[in-house]
Design a protein around this ligand. Structure first.
Ligand code: SAM
Length: 213
């Protein structure tokens, strides 16, 4: 996601510690403490400007959500949405997904969402793809047993790569759509990228997989 540098982003983030978690390692194993209600936790990795995660939090008050985004200049846009909406079941985290085991214990998370992850098409960048084997291991180590990954993208190459990666890892495929917007799937919440690419005529691929016991 292209974004101009925002030198003021850090200061803005520091102003809202109630929304943007500053010391995530302190909450490892007890994330329920940062929310009003102790209920299942779903995280989105690469949350971007936050349209999906704020929409999900609004639509599902009985689920807690955390939007995780690496880039400060981008996550401040999600922060602005959260300040406006004041959702008690949504927090944001500015960390690298590769390091999630530092901040989450096994079983802290019930579901992982990956939406329009960067495709990194060059073979030498395979390890950066959020559906690469090492990331699948990280997710397994923070998810509950039989935890789920819900993934959508407009990128056919990344989708095919990811289905193979899930399968090689031993994940169970429980849902697949090769054209989400023409399917009977109910309750889809669009991301910023999803709107942009579907307006250009791209079809959207979606899958759900779960870890085996
Ligand atoms: N999900 C949003 C959407 O669909 O509109 C944003 C999609 S954008 C192509 C991918 C986002 O993932 C970028 O904002 C990028 O900074 C973030 N990202 C990529 N690798 C990441 C990582 N290892 N940890 C956290 N965020 C990451």
């Amino acid at each position: 996601m292209r974004q101009r540098n925002k030198p003021w982003a850090k200061d803005r983030m520091n102003e809202y510690p109630q929304y943007l978690i500053a010391n995530p390692e302190q909450h490892k194993g007890k994330w329920f403490e940062v929310f009003e209600k102790n209920q299942p936790l779903h995280i989105e990795i690469g949350t971007g400007k936050g349209r999906f995660i704020t929409g999900m939090a609004k639509a599902n008050p009985d689920i807690n959500y955390i939007g995780i985004e690496l880039i400060e200049s981008i996550i401040v846009c999600a922060l602005d949405k959260l300040i406006e909406e004041e959702l008690p079941n949504l927090k944001l985290l500015n960390v690298n997904a590769a390091e999630l085991e530092k901040y989450f214990a096994k079983g802290d998370v019930d579901r992982v969402y990956l939406n329009f992850s960067d495709p990194w098409p060059k073979v030498r960048h395979e390890k950066r793809r959020l559906t690469f084997d090492s990331f699948l291991r990280v997710y397994e180590n923070i998810l509950v047993d039989e935890g789920e990954i819900h993934f959508k993208t407009d990128n056919q190459g990344l989708f095919e790569y990811s289905l193979t990666s899930f399968s090689k890892y031993g994940l169970l495929l429980t849902y697949v759509s090769l054209d989400l917007h023409q399917s009977d799937f109910i309750g889809n919440i669009m991301t910023e990228y999803e709107e942009k690419f579907s307006n250009k005529g791209s079809r959207i691929y979606r899958s759900e997989v779960k870890y085996r016991k």
